[in-house]
Design a protein around this ligand. Structure first.
Ligand SMILES: Nc1ncnc2c1ncn2[C@@H]1O[C@H](COP(=O)(O)OP(=O)(O)OP(=O)(O)O)[C@@H](O)[C@H]1O
Length: 577
């Protein structure tokens, strides 16, 4: 079509005529004139951002570029020899990755089919990337569908790529400098580009979901493991944390996808996920949908972050006590430095937090000498003297457990021993906060050269890692936790800390009949035996008193959190907004 006819058609469209163009093209032409004030007769050159701006756009899009690389390479191989150019743009239309034939680089750069070109509609007029950003749908903008005369030779097919929260993150465009005339010649390009965009979304979801369950679904069992249609990322309660665009079909009611529970639409709960893992034939992994349909599912279990585990091990006996909990890491860094000195150390923390374990690790990290451990409860001066007498011939660590339980006369003896024996290095543990510890001041200063505090388990961010660690150590190798059992463990308050967790796991391992520990295999929290207060105190009142904190209310009622949740639902109660 000549420039003249192109401009004339745009004028007719603006006057309201229907000229046979796709509706989104006519709508874009209108925006170009009425919104952006563009003139189709101008031959504006391509808009290219500066080198510095391009670097910034690439940094911002780094994750998506990485997720897209392999799909782009495959797509480029599929169209090899047909002169197609692939562009990955960010959500603003700036090209941040490019695959094209090196022979035509100069021509491609001139046409804007290159790194750094900006294809947003308000700059470039009607174009594949721009129309895709506006409509958020796959589009082909073919030859004189383009608004500006400069681009009417191109054929561009573009598909949107959404991030796992459902926001437009990028556009994948496949373009030709020269193409056959009928628009339908690009149907195959459309199919290739939409499939590639779906795979990029999948790669992105997989990359960010290593610590969560991933459920991939497909209508056809043969594609399930190699090229599924959609996927969701789930927490231990089965709530959707992220999704690929295709997963919207699971929730066609338009109520959004994030935060919804998978059992709202599928005839399965989160506890059935292990049955959908790869060790089963894909035909057996059928999931019924609540609307009567069926899908095939492939569940991928959360993976432990291995590199972090390795680095913890490299750091010796102290570093292995946490995996990335900020308070523990900071405390252990101090501990590592103090371990090599002779400063007496006071280790504080609630019962069962691992004070004795830490004290042993401090000894191992700092001293090649002997080790004496004494429980302070009921310790007589004589027993103390005997214990210390056994430690002769070089620097010895004297571990005193629970100093608050030491009888007063033994405290006096201890001060005297510490004064006369500078080969003893005291490490003392206590469940009492240092400022509340009732020790004679001289003894306190002989024991607490520095204080190390271990946080309670309920505050630790590496609780999930600890659960895995203890399970691995205590259970048969192939035993695992169901997602809801894991969610329950992560939600408890753990007044007995690691010791209580060990006992809960031991009971669950003993009670569990198969290889999967289920929520009902877990013993109730210990506070339950003290009896429920529900009869005396109405639920709403309890919730108010606990500031609507589920864990606190569960403790007060002596039940677990899911029971509180169930009772709230039954009573139709909700937290005040
Ligand atoms: N980092 C850890 N990893 C795994 N298990 C741990 C860890 N720290 C402690 N434990 C386990 O937790 C239990 C309690 O630990 P420990 O005896 O050190 O606690 P504590 O704080 O000294 O308790 P208390 O004050 O009641 O004497 C022990 O069985 C111990 O093996």
């Amino acid at each position: 079509m000549s420039d003249y006819h192109h401009v004339a058609e745009i004028e007719r469209v603006l006057d309201g005529a229907v000229t046979g163009r796709d509706g989104f093209v006519s709508a874009s032409w209108r925006r170009c004139v009425e919104l952006y004030g563009m003139d189709p007769t101008r031959r504006d050159p391509a808009h290219i951002v500066t080198e510095a701006e391009l670097r910034e756009h690439r940094v911002q899009a780094e994750r998506m570029i990485a997720a897209a690389r392999s799909s782009l390479k495959t797509l480029f191989r599929q169209v090899a020899g047909q002169n197609y150019v692939l562009l990955l743009t960010d959500a603003g239309g700036v090209c941040v990755d490019f695959f094209g034939d090196d022979l035509f680089v100069e021509e491609l750069r001139g046409a804007g089919l290159y790194l750094g070109s900006n294809w947003s509609e308000d700059l470039a007029g009607t174009c594949g990337v721009g129309a895709c950003i506006v409509t958020q749908e796959p589009v082909t903008v073919h030859q004189d569908d383009h608004f500006g005369n400069a681009h009417t030779g191109l054929s561009c097919t573009a598909a949107p790529i959404f991030d796992s929260l459902g926001e437009l993150a990028a556009v994948l465009d496949i373009s030709l400098l020269r193409s056959p005339s009928p628009k339908r010649s690009q149907n195959l390009a459309m199919s290739l580009v939409t499939n590639a965009a779906r795979r990029v979304e999948m790669a992105n979801l997989m990359a960010e979901g290593r610590r969560d369950w991933i459920l991939r679904v497909s209508d056809r069992p043969e594609f399930l493991d190699i090229d599924p249609e959609a996927a969701v990322r789930l927490d231990g309660a089965g709530r959707i944390l992220g999704y690929t665009r295709g997963a919207r079909r699971l929730f066609p009611d338009g109520g959004g996808v994030l935060g919804r529970r998978i059992d709202e639409v599928l005839g399965m709960t989160v506890d059935d996920l292990p049955d959908l893992m790869r060790d089963r034939p894909s035909e057996d992994r059928m999931i019924e949908m609540r609307d009567g349909g069926a899908l095939f599912g492939h569940a991928i279990a959360p993976q432990a972050p291995r590199s972090a585990l390795r680095s913890a091990r490299r750091g010796g006996p102290l570093a292995g006590l946490t995996q990335g909990d900020p308070a523990m890491t900071e405390m252990l860094n101090r501990a590592a430095r103090l371990a090599r000195t002779s400063v007496p150390l006071l280790v504080c923390g609630e019962t069962g937090t691992g004070k004795t374990r830490l004290a042993r690790a401090l000894h191992m990290a700092g001293s090649a000498g002997g080790f004496v451990m004494l429980d302070c409860a009921g310790l007589t001066p004589e027993a103390l003297r005997q214990g210390c007498a056994g430690a002769r011939g070089g620097a010895t660590t004297l571990l005193l457990r629970r100093i608050e339980d030491m009888p007063e006369e033994t405290m006096v003896a201890l001060s005297a021993i510490l004064d006369s024996r500078n080969d003893l290095r005291a490490i003392t543990t206590t469940c009492v906060a240092p400022d509340r510890l009732e020790l004679p001041l001289p003894l306190f200063h002989r024991l607490a050269g520095a204080t190390l505090s271990i946080p309670p388990l309920r505050q630790r961010r590496d609780l999930s890692w600890l659960v895995n660690l203890l399970l691995r150590r205590r259970a048969p190798e192939d035993m695992r936790l169901s997602p809801s059992a894991r969610a329950e463990l992560l939600g408890r308050d753990w007044p007995g800390n690691l010791r209580e967790l060990e006992h809960v796991l031991d009971v669950a391992i003993a009670l569990c009949e198969g290889r999967v520990i289920d929520q009902q295999d877990l013993p109730a929290p210990v506070t339950m035996v003290s009896g429920s207060t529900e009869a005396e105190e109405p639920l709403e009142q309890v919730m108010e008193a606990c500031g609507w904190n589920m864990a606190r209310a569960a403790r007060r009622l002596g039940v677990n959190r899911s029971t509180v949740l169930r009772r709230l639902r039954r009573a139709g109660l909700r937290p005040p907004t």
